[in-house]
Design a protein around this ligand. Sequence first.
Ligand code: HEM
Length: 159
Amino acid sequence: MDAQTIALVQTSFEKVAPIADLAADLFYTRLFVLDPSLRPMFGADLTEQKKKLTQLLTVAVRGLSRLDEIVPAVQALGRRHAGYHVKPEHYATVAAALLWTLEQGLGADFTPELKTAWTEVYTVLANTMIATQSEAQTTTWVPPTKSHIPQAALAVAGD
Ligand code: HEM
């Protein structure tokens, strides 16, 4: 990610920050229009969720120039998302809702260049999350088989 992309995203995010509550409302409304089947994954009251998402995005956007420092937190977030039953394909729907929200919030300032910059940033975050999610799912979902039992234990059990 180059310095120009980071600067574009950070400057635009500062412009959306004062209307964060409205932006969060727009985001979730749009998300559930795009895919109503996602609604039950979230609790009935989205108030806390909206705050967390806004805070997380603030930290992520401010941390873009020190991406290596925020990677562990993004990985942990990805692992938690496996627990929320989020699937890799859901990330594209969230991307669409996010880009649409930015377009509403920024109007004419949401240039094609800015859209590309945000897409790049989201892709880095989402791919980091998805990578850990598939690890978590593999370790969670593989059913125990005899091959997981140490050979020595089998030998003792068979005696
Ligand atoms: C870059 C992408 C994403 C970011 C930054 C993000 C951020 C967050 C944050 C900060 C939380 C609060 C809880 C926690 O920290 O564990 C959360 C919860 C959650 N997220 Fe995401 N998320 C992303 C993608 C997605 C996707 C693709 C889905 C799929 C629909 C999703 C569904 C959820 C659900 C269901 C919860 C829990 C809600 C609850 O407990 O009521 N997220 N997310």
